[in-house]
Design a binder for this molecule. Structure first.
Ligand code: PLP
Length: 393
């Protein structure tokens, strides 16, 4: 069960569906990450694409982390929520001219550049403004993250990063561009990585080779950004509410050679915010189908698309089923679905849950990352609001 005291009438007065954020768990997670960061001298930039709620951004900024942003709007929001511009990295394969100008005007820490074509445009815009743009080259490391194909990004066929055939061209261009200041290299192999030691060790080996490659071409690598990707326990969020930052950072520390003048950065998104968030939804109907029972919720794939998009697993629990009479069945197997007119609007099939009734509240757990940020208004259904544990009435 969600380790939160909802009282006897949980969330009365809140319109469902909504995202519920356990701010105490967020603080514990940030604290654990910050401790490991200090221990190993590895700097954290929160990948704010995972969740850009203002309260969450403010908490992360207060923890002293930087930000990994992927749009001009994310840069502006990060600045508004208290992040120092010098700690903002700007990634993404499709930076537009106006987004590049926003980043230049804010004085961000580095552009994470994904192609030679992009380097050329950034150099041109920086020169036009009489500025020098700090750049990291995102290098496609060709490492298998052992994860879902939609969240693998480090393989040669992905759209992300500069491919190996372009390394020479990228190095030569940056060296010869007076409006660019080379800062370092950035890597990211994928998301929801659970084989932490194996995958990040391979990433470190490859990163070390590529640092040598670029330094041999006269570019001093002062920053090595190892990306994000640390996975979380979707199966049992109560057993593992705080991800294992220690193993991640220890692996990088052990396998990535670095000089005293080189900084190492990481960009976790999911690991910092997934477990603190749940999508709370109400049972609209308990429908008897042919050979199955459907639990039809008022929240759907428009609120949380991960199960429909990736077949992702989320733990689901009925928060109010203890109101069921003593003499009734205590549990039942359900297909848990949303109200959207799409067959893919399914959160879980054949899931054993406490026996549920119309009006019950259901929590879809571990939804703090890539949940609300990926919402849509499909079917003209509203967006789910946010409720924070320290504000619950
Ligand atoms: C470049 C980059 N950095 C960091 C992240 C954050 O990944 P995660 O949420 O798995 O930590 C992503 C995710 O897509 C990414 O593409």
């Amino acid at each position: 069960m969600l380790q939160v005291d909802y009282g006897s009438k949980p969330f009365q007065g809140h319109n469902t569906p909504f995202y519920y954020y356990d701010m105490d768990l967020l603080q514990r997670t940030l604290h654990s990450a910050a401790e490991a960061s200090r221990r190993y001298g590895i700097k954290i930039h929160y990948a704010m694409k995972a969740n850009s709620e203002q309260r969450i951004l403010e908490a992360v900024a207060t923890a002293g982390f930087g930000v990994d942003s992927v749009s001009g709007n994310e840069i502006l929001e990060a600045c508004r929520c208290g992040f120092d511009p010098s700690g903002i990295f700007f990634a993404g394969v499709g930076k537009t001219d106006s987004e590049i100008d926003i980043a230049l005007s804010k004085g961000i820490g580095a552009f994470n550049c994904e192609s030679v074509e992009e380097l050329e445009i950034i150099a041109g815009r920086a020169a036009a403004h009489g500025l020098v743009a700090p750049v990291q080259i995102r290098v496609n490391p060709g490492v298998d993250a052992h994860t879902h194909k939609y969240v693998t990004t480090g393989l040669a066929e992905n759209k992300f990063g500069v491919a190996s055939v372009d390394f020479e061209r990228a190095a030569a261009f940056v060296k010869g561009a007076p409006s660019l200041r080379f800062v370092g290299l950035q890597f990211h192999v994928g998301s929801q990585i659970l084989d932490v030691e194996e995958v990040f060790r391979d990433e470190c080996y490859r990163a070390a080779e590529l640092v040598d490659f670029f330094e041999e071409r006269g570019l001093r690598v002062s920053s090595i950004d190892m990306g994000g990707g640390l996975g979380v326990d979707y199966e049992d969020p109560d057993e593992n509410p705080v991800p294992d930052f220690e193993t991640w950072f220890r692996t990088i520390d052990r396998y990535l050679p670095r000089r005293i003048d080189q900084e190492v950065h990481v960009e976790p998104g999911r690991a910092l915010v997934a477990q603190c968030g749940s999508l709370i939804s109400r049972v609209v109907y308990v429908k008897k189908g042919v050979g199955r029972n459907f639990l039809i919720l008022d929240g759907g794939m428009n609120n949380l698309i991960r199960p429909a998009l990736y077949g992702a697993y989320h733990k689901i629990e009925n928060l109010t089923a203890h109101y069921v009479r003593e003499d009734e069945e205590k549990s039942c197997v359900y297909d848990v679905v949303g109200p959207i007119c799409e067959s893919a609007d399914v959160f879980a099939t054949g899931r054993q849950l406490r026996r549920s009734l119309r009006g019950d509240l259901v929590a879809i757990r571990s939804a703090g990352a890539y949940g609300s940020v990926m919402s849509s208004a499909y079917n003209m259904r509203g967006f789910a609001g946010a409720v924070f544990s320290d504000q619950t009435v």
